[in-house]
Design a protein around this ligand. Structure first.
Ligand code: PEP
Ligand code: MG
Length: 754
C-alpha cells in the first residue's frame, strides 16, 4: 500500500512515460485522464479546452459518456468548470451540488456526484482550459492532490501551446490560444505597422518538464534560490544605487519574494511531484500570475511585475544559457513590452521594426520620443497584451487610432494592408516634393525647418528636405541617458549635429528640463504645478554648473562655425542678461585656453511665456532671433495644461486672439530687424501653418514627417490672397467666430491641401 504523498509522484511518473510514447494526440489525452482518475481513485476525470469563441469544449473524459467528447460544451463562467476558467482558481468541493454554480449536463450521462476538484490549465497566467476529477462519495481532496492535478494541467498547457491539440477541434473551430484579440490603447506615434510579435522580455521556454530524482532536484532548486538571494543582496549593497527611489524599492520587493516561505514551499512541492526545478518555477509563476491578474489594486499589479521579474531571474539561474524565444528578430518585428527604455529600443535593428506596443508608456516617455523620431508607430497603455501575445504571432499596430490587432483575421489584415498602401503612396508624393523649392504660388519663400534632438534624427535632414534644424531639443540626450551626460558626450553630439547639417543652420536650445521632462538622476522636489514651476532657464540659471558645461560643449563643438543658441521659457529680460554673462564667461575661458571660437554666435529667446508679449521691442533689442514655442505659449495663453487630455482640443490655437498675439510677434520682428520663427506643434499642421504664413511667418520648424505635407500645401497657397482675406475677418466685429472653419473654407475654395 503506497503512502499518501507517493500518489502524485506515481502519477507524474506515468504522465512522463505517456508523453514519451508515440501516441496520437487524442489517445494521449484519453490516457492522461484515465491515469489521473485511477491515481486519484476518482470515478471521473475530464479535460476541457477553451475555444476562441469562449466555449469550453470537452476534449477527453474518463467516466463520462465518451460520445460527449467534443460535443459537451460550457460557456465561460457557466457551471463549476466555467467558473474555474473564468476565475483561474481551483475549486475543491466535498459537496459540489451545494455550490451555486453547479449545473448538470445531461449529455455527459453524468451520475450524481458529490466531490469535485477542478484546476485551471494555465500558461503565462492565461487560462487555456480546465482539468477536473469527480467522486460519487463525499470526500475532501488533499493539498498534494490539487498540486498533482495542477502539475498535469501544466503538461497539458504545453501540449496546447505546442499546437498538438489543434487538429482535434472541429473544423473551423479555433482554440483560444490562437484567438484574434483587439486591444484599445493610446496612439503615441502615428503610422500603421504590420508584422510579427517580438516579446521584448523573452519568455524562457522550459522544455524539460520532469525530473529524474526529486531530492536532487530540490537541492538544485535550493542552490539556485541561494544564489538568487545572494545576487539581490549584492545589488542592494552596491554603492551605485540610490538609497531611495524606485530602484531600491524594486530590489526590496525582490528580496521579500525571494525569502517568501509560501513561494519556496510551493516550488519544492512541485518538484517533489516530479517537475524539474525550472518547470516548478514556471508553474508557480503562472498560478501566481493568474491569481494576481484578477486583482485590480494597482499596487498589487505593480508587485506582480516585480514577482515576474524575480521568477524570470530564477529561471535564468536554473537554465544557465537558457533557451529564450525571441532571440531572432523577424524582418517585420512588432516589439511588445511592458515598458522599455529608449536605449533598449535602439538595440534592435531599426530597419526591421514595424511597430512598438507598450503596456505602459505615455506621450512623453523617452522611448516614445525616440520611436517617434525613428518613425515607428507606437501604441501605449495596452493592458494585458504581453501575456496574450506569443512570439511570432501576426499583429497590426495602428498608431493613428491606438488599436492593436493580435492574430488578426484576414479581413482585418487586408483593410490595414490597404491603409498601409495608401499611406505609402502619400509618402511617395511627398518625397517627390522634397527637392521642389518651398515657395508659395505667389512666390514667397518659406524656410521649412525640422525639430530634432537625437543622433537618430539626423538622416531626416536630407530625407525630408528640411532647410535646417529650427529646434534641437538638447534635453533629449539627457532624457535617454541613465546618468548625466558628460561634457565630452555633449560636445560629441553637438559636433555630430553640426557636421551632419553642413551648410544648413542649426538652432540648439539649452536644456529644457523640469515640468514634464524629468531626469531621474537629478534631484527635484515634487511641484504642484510643474508646468509653471522650476524648469528650463529658471533651473539652469540656478545651477550654473549644468548650464556652463552645456554652453562650453556647444562653443567647443561649433569652433570655426556659426553657433545659434536659444533659451527656453524666458520670463523676464534680466534672465537673458544673466545667460549672456554665462556665455561670455565661457567664451573667455575658451579664449584663455586657446580653443577655437565659433565663427559667429547668435543668441535667441523662445517666446513661451505671455509676459514677453508686452515687452517685445525691448526683448528684441537683446537678442538676434526669437522662436515662438507655441505649445507652451498657448497653454499659458489659454490657461489650459497642454498635457491634459480632457482639455485637448477644447481651446483653439487658430482663434483670433491667439493669432493676433502671434501677429504682434511677427510685426515686432520686422520693426526690429530680428528673425522670427515658430517651432511648436502648430507649425507641422498644414492648416495652422497656412495661417502662420499669412500672418507673416517666413520660417517655421516642425517634426520632419510634417515637411512633405506642408510643402504640398505651400505650393498651392496664394499668401497675399489669404492675408487680405484674414485681415478682413479680423476687422469684422464678429471676427471672434471660428477662424478655423473659415480657413478650411478658404483652403477648399482655393484647392489648398490642408
Ligand atoms: C513649445 O513649447 O512649443 C516647444 C517647441 O517646446 P517644447 O515642446 O519642447 O516644450
Ligand atoms: Mg516649450
Amino acid at each position: 500500500m503506497r503512502s499518501d504523498s507517493e500518489g502524485p509522484r506515481v502519477l507524474m511518473r506515468r504522465i512522463r512515460e505517456l508523453m514519451a510514447e508515440p501516441l496520437e494526440a487524442q489517445a494521449r489525452l484519453d490516457e492522461i485522464v484515465r491515469q489521473i482518475a485511477q491515481n486519484m481513485v476518482s470515478e471521473v476525470c475530464s479535460l476541457y479546452v477553451l475555444r476562441a469563441d469562449g466555449v469550453l469544449e470537452l476534449f477527453a473524459t474518463y467516466g463520462l459518456n465518451p460520445r460527449a467528447v467534443h460535443l459537451a460544451q460550457l460557456q465561460l463562467g457557466q457551471g463549476l468548470v466555467g467558473t474555474i476558467a473564468a476565475t483561474a482558481r481551483p475549486l475543491n468541493l466535498s459537496d459540489a451540488q451545494k455550490h451555486p454554480a453547479f449545473t448538470y449536463l445531461p449529455e455527459t450521462g453524468e451520475e450524481p456526484f458529490q466531490a469535485f476538484l477542478g484546476v485551471p490549465i494555465l500558461r503565462a497566467g492565461r487560462t487555456l482550459g480546465v482539468l477536473d476529477v469527480q467522486n460519487q462519495e463525499k470526500r475532501a481532496y488533499r493539498e498534494e492532490e490539487i498540486e498533482a492535478l495542477e502539475t498535469v494541467a501544466m503538461v497539458v498547457a504545453e501540449m496546447i501551446a505546442a499546437g498538438s491539440l489543434e487538429g482535434l477541434a472541429r473544423p473551423g473551430v479555433q482554440l483560444d490560444l490562437t484567438r484574434p484579440v483587439t486591444f484599445g490603447g493610446t496612439g503615441l506615434s502615428e503610422g500603421i505597422g504590420l508584422g510579427h510579435v517580438v516579446l521584448h522580455e523573452p519568455r524562457v521556454v522550459v522544455t524539460n518538464l520532469f525530473n529524474e530524482n526529486a531530492e536532487a532536484e530540490v537541492l538544485r532548486l535550493g542552490q539556485a534560490l541561494a544564489s538568487l538571494r545572494a545576487s539581490i543582496e549584492d545589488m542592494l549593497g552596491r554603492g551605485d544605487i540610490a538609497a531611495e527611489g524606485e530602484h531600491r524599492a524594486v530590489l526590496e520587493a525582490y528580496r521579500m519574494f525571494a525569502h517568501d516561505r509560501g513561494w519556496v514551499r510551493r516550488l519544492e512541492e512541485a518538484v517533489r511531484n516530479g517537475l524539474t526545478a525550472e518547470a516548478a518555477v514556471e508553474k508557480v509563476q503562472s498560478d501566481t500570475r493568474a491569481r494576481m491578474l484578477h486583482m485590480t489594486d494597482p499596487y498589487i499589479r505593480e508587485r506582480l511585475h516585480d514577482f515576474d521579474d524575480l521568477a524570470n531571474r530564477l529561471l535564468r539561474q536554473l537554465m544557465g544559457g537558457a533557451e529564450t524565444v525571441g532571440a531572432v528578430q523577424p524582418q517585420d518585428a512588432v516589439i511588445i513590452a511592458r515598458s522599455m527604455g529608449a536605449a533598449e529600443l535602439l538595440d534592435y535593428r531599426r530597419d526591421q521594426i514595424r511597430g512598438l506596443v507598450l503596456e505602459e508608456g505615455a506621450p512623453t516617455s523617452h522611448v516614445v520620443i525616440v520611436a517617434r523620431a525613428l518613425g515607428i508607430p507606437v501604441v501605449g497603455q495596452v493592458k494585458g497584451v504581453v501575456s496574450m501575445a506569443e512570439n511570432n504571432d501576426a499583429v497590426i499596430v495602428d498608431g493613428d487610432d491606438g488599436g492593436v490587432h493580435l492574430r488578426p483575421p484576414s479581413n482585418i489584415e487586408s483593410v490595414f494592408a490597404e491603409k498601409v498602401r495608401f499611406r505609402a503612396k502619400r509618402q511617395e508624393r511627398f518625397r517627390a516634393l522634397r527637392d521642389v523649392p518651398a515657395v508659395t504660388k505667389d512666390g514667397v519663400a518659406i524656410d521649412l525647418m525640422m525639430n530634432a534632438g537625437l543622433l537618430v534624427d539626423l538622416p531626416q535632414l536630407s530625407e525630408s528636405g528640411a532647410a535646417g534644424i529650427g529646434l534641437f531639443r538638447t534635453e533629449l540626450q539627457f532624457m535617454v541617458a541613465s546618468t548625466l551626460p558628460k561634457a565630452s558626450d555633449q560636445e560629441r553630439l553637438y559636433a555630430a549635429v553640426l557636421d551632419a547639417a553642413g551648410d544648413k543652420p542649426v538652432t540648439f536650445r539649452t536644456l529644457d528640463i523640469g515640468g514634464d521632462k524629468i531626469l531621474p538622476y537629478l534631484r527635484h522636489s515634487p511641484e504642484e504645478n510643474p508646468a509653471l514651476g522650476y524648469r528650463a532657464l529658471r533651473l539652469a540659471l540656478d545651477r550654473p554648473g549644468l548650464m556652463r558645461t552645456q554652453l562650453r560643449a556647444l562653443l567647443k563643438a561649433a569652433g570655426g562655425r556659426e553657433l545659434r543658441v536659444m533659451l527656453p521659457m524666458v520670463t523676464e529680460l534680466s534672465e537673458l542678461r544673466r545667460a549672456r554673462d554665462l556665455i561670455d564667461r565661457e567664451r573667455d575661458h575658451l579664449e584663455r585656453f586657446g580653443h577655437k571660437q565659433p565663427a559667429s554666435l547668435k543668441l535667441g529667446a523662445m517666446i513661451e511665456v505671455p509676459s514677453l508679449l508686452f515687452q517685445l521691442d525691448e526683448l528684441m533689442q537683446l537678442v538676434d532671433f526669437v522662436s515662438v514655442g507655441s505649445n507652451d505659449l498657448f497653454q499659458f495663453f489659454s490657461a489650459a495644461d497642454r498635457g491634459n487630455s480632457q482639455l485637448a482640443g477644447r481651446f483653439d490655437d487658430l482663434s483670433p486672439p491667439f493669432l493676433k498675439a502671434l501677429k504682434s510677434i511677427v510685426d515686432a520682428g520686422e520693426r526690429n530687424g530680428v528673425g522670427v520663427t515658430l517651432c511648436g506643434e502648430m507649425a507641422g499642421r498644414p492648416l495652422s501653418a497656412m495661417a502662420l504664413i499669412a500672418l507673416g511667418f517666413r520660417s517655421i520648424s516642425m517634426t520632419p514627417a510634417a515637411i512633405g505635407p506642408l510643402k504640398a500645401m505651400l505650393v498651392e497657397l496664394d499668401v497675399g490672397a489669404l492675408a487680405d482675406w484674414m485681415n478682413q475677418i479680423f476687422a469684422k466685429p464678429d471676427g471672434a467666430g471660428s477662424m478655423r472653419m473659415k480657413l478650411i473654407e478658404f483652403a477648399e475654395a482655393h484647392g489648398v491641401p490642408h
